[in-house]
Design a protein around this ligand. Structure first.
Ligand SMILES: Cc1ncc(COP(=O)(O)O)c(C=O)c1O
Length: 299
């Protein structure tokens, strides 16, 4: 296990120590002091901000100089020198997320290896997935090749992909509640969820496709709206559906990553369940939230 975070609390570090977490990824000078006090001898990596800006949305770009994460290249020598009571076994860098252009990865191992000789280099995650019909993400093989492109022979290279493992494994199933036609302007199709189960469209303009479950395709140009009290609560724009009506089941593909994990109870909307499906069988793994759940912490 690699424990990340730009502001790990004392309690989190103590919990990591007690649970025997394999590696803590150091993110700041303050954390070096904190961890030396809490868990002397802990195995650590140092998170480096390599000054590489991948071509992705600014909110999911983390490798550039102006970042809240990690140590800038100028600070790295000072950070390494500061470590006295921890076992530094390697370096880490995470360039960002939903990255299509693999070129920045090709330089990463070389850049980190240039900092010092460590047995472990963790090159983060970030491999893009297809959210829309137009998206053409790189293959896993090409991604791995790019990671290894400049890697020294005797170093273990790790990566920590997230979205590319689970993103396309998930679909969100909504029920259409209302259809509002504004002549010559737009047709809003409102569903029984929205920014509380998928914040990505609002957070960084992420694009999705949508289909009616029993009538694929169609030629009604629609905007899929959530049910929250924000005009910006829009899940997808300009998707074509087959004459959507209240009661229809609407499916949005590629919602397996950063949907459930980012979900909230905004407007006191209970969160939906998570269902695993395989070979025609369905199994509930997270139950639907109830209104009673929402008041459980009230005192
Ligand atoms: C440090 C770190 N590693 C890996 C990941 C996974 O990224 P992705 O889902 O883009 O592969 C993240 C995502 O936020 C991260 O912060």
């Amino acid at each position: 296990i690699y424990l990340h975070g730009n502001n790990k609390s004392d309690a989190e570090l103590e919990q990591a120590r007690d649970a025997g977490v394999g590696h803590v990824v150091l993110d700041s000078f303050d954390e070096i002091d904190r961890l030396e006090r809490i868990a002397p001898g802990q195995r650590v990596l140092l998170r480096v901000t390599p000054g590489i800006s991948p071509s992705t949305h600014a909110f999911i770009s983390t490798g550039q100089v102006d970042s809240k994460f990690g140590f800038g290249m100028d600070d790295v020598p000072r950070a390494i020198e500061r470590i006295r009571e921890l076992e530094l076994v390697g370096l880490h860098a995470h360039l960002g997320s939903q990255i299509f252009d693999l070129e920045p990865y090709e330089r990463l191992a070389e850049l980190l290896a240039g900092i010092g000789e460590y047995p472990l280099l963790n090159l983060g995650g970030g491999l893009a997935i297809a959210y829309t019909y137009d998206d053409r993400p790189p293959s896993i093989e090409d991604y791995v090749e790019a990671l290894l492109h400049s890697a020294p022979d005797d170093v273990t290279i790790l990566c920590e992909p997230g979205r590319s493992i689970v993103g396309n494994a998930g679909v969100t199933i909504y029920r259409v509640g209302t259809v509002k036609r504004i002549p010559d302007v737009r047709t809003y199709v409102a569903v029984d969820g929205g920014m509380s189960d998928n914040l990505r469209p609002m957070l960084y303009g992420a694009r999705y496709e949508a289909e009616l479950a029993d009538r694929l395709g169609g030629d009604t140009l629609c905007t899929i709206a959530g049910k929250h009290c924000e005009s910006g609560d829009i899940l997808a724009r300009d998707v074509r559906l087959d004459d959507p009506r209240p009661g229809d089941v609407l499916v949005m593909p590629a919602t397996g990553a950063y949907g459930h994990a980012m979900a909230s109870n905004y407007n006191a909307i209970p969160r939906p369940p998570v269902i695993f499906c395989r070979d025609g069988r369905a199994r509930e793994v997270v139950r639907r939230e109830t209104f009673e759940d929402l008041t459980l912490r009230d005192v």
